[in-house]
Design a protein around this ligand. Sequence first.
Ligand code: ASP
Length: 343
Amino acid sequence: MSLRLGMLCALLSISVAAAAAPAPAPGTAPLLVIHGGAGVQRAGLSAEEERAARTALRSALLQGHAELQAGRPALAAVTRAITVLEDDPTFNAGRGAVFTHDGRNELDAALMDGATRRAGAVAGVQRVRNPILLAQAVMERSAHVMMVGQGAETFAAEQGITLVDPSYFRTEKRWQQLQRALQEEKAGQAHAELETARHFGTVGALALDAEGKLAAGTSTGGMTNKRYGRVGDSPVIGAGTWADEGCAVSGTGWGEYYLRTAAAHEICARVRLAGASAAQAGREVINGMIPALGGDGGAIVLTAKGEVGLPFNTEGMYRGWIGADGVPHVAIFDDEALQLPGQ
Ligand code: ASP
């Protein structure tokens, strides 16, 4: 290649890289966006549970934001916010995870770094207190992207990740949900009426740090009454979790449909290739493609420009964001207006 051609190529690749990571709008970064699942139902939520959920969301936002304020990268904010939600029994991740058909808790999680597209994921772990930290270890301390079951737990032990007795994850509320799901299954009810169709409590977080870099993470117990080692979308890179240079997504919902649409990647592909905004790309997939196939749920979307999209097609989605001013914004139900950054 001639020198001149070489220089031209170098210049072109610089401008492509610059176009892929547009600067965040002034005042928006650092930015953290979270969800705690899209299966919330007004009727099923007591005032006390609602208060606890809002408190937990605020706490996750504040703790994740503190990482960004301290100058740490987007990844640190995402893992911090998710561990807060995993430790809180309100959500279907870590403690408080849903039960499988056999009465176990099998946990899945994934983490992705947008700037480098490094990723780590785990599925079907039963003794890892914070699956998102194991996903991070897979990403940072192994040559692999995904580990499952016993092998993932052996790696966790080797890496000094905290392991707990499986009873740590159990809550009475989730146990009762499994009992109802088993009864409904026996009665042969239609899917829309099933307990499994009503409760998505997965947690997720996205962050944009001061350098304009994005990260995404998701952690879940999956779906109540799941069988046969079922794994949903959450730990599958591109389905429930995705981050690239310009866009990050974490999904929550009926995972099979997120797998079939590669939902998280599909949303970011629309941002990258079609120039769609976070809100528009999220809406097209979450309110278009997924329900058209018969699925439901929601997602959080964050772009490198600092745009936020929080689409869902259910009665509510635990959700929130926090920006440069450090004020947490939280909402649950579909009729709650949530002021979004830059709007
Ligand atoms: N998407 C998760 C799964 O299918 C469930 C959820 O969002 O709560 O495993």
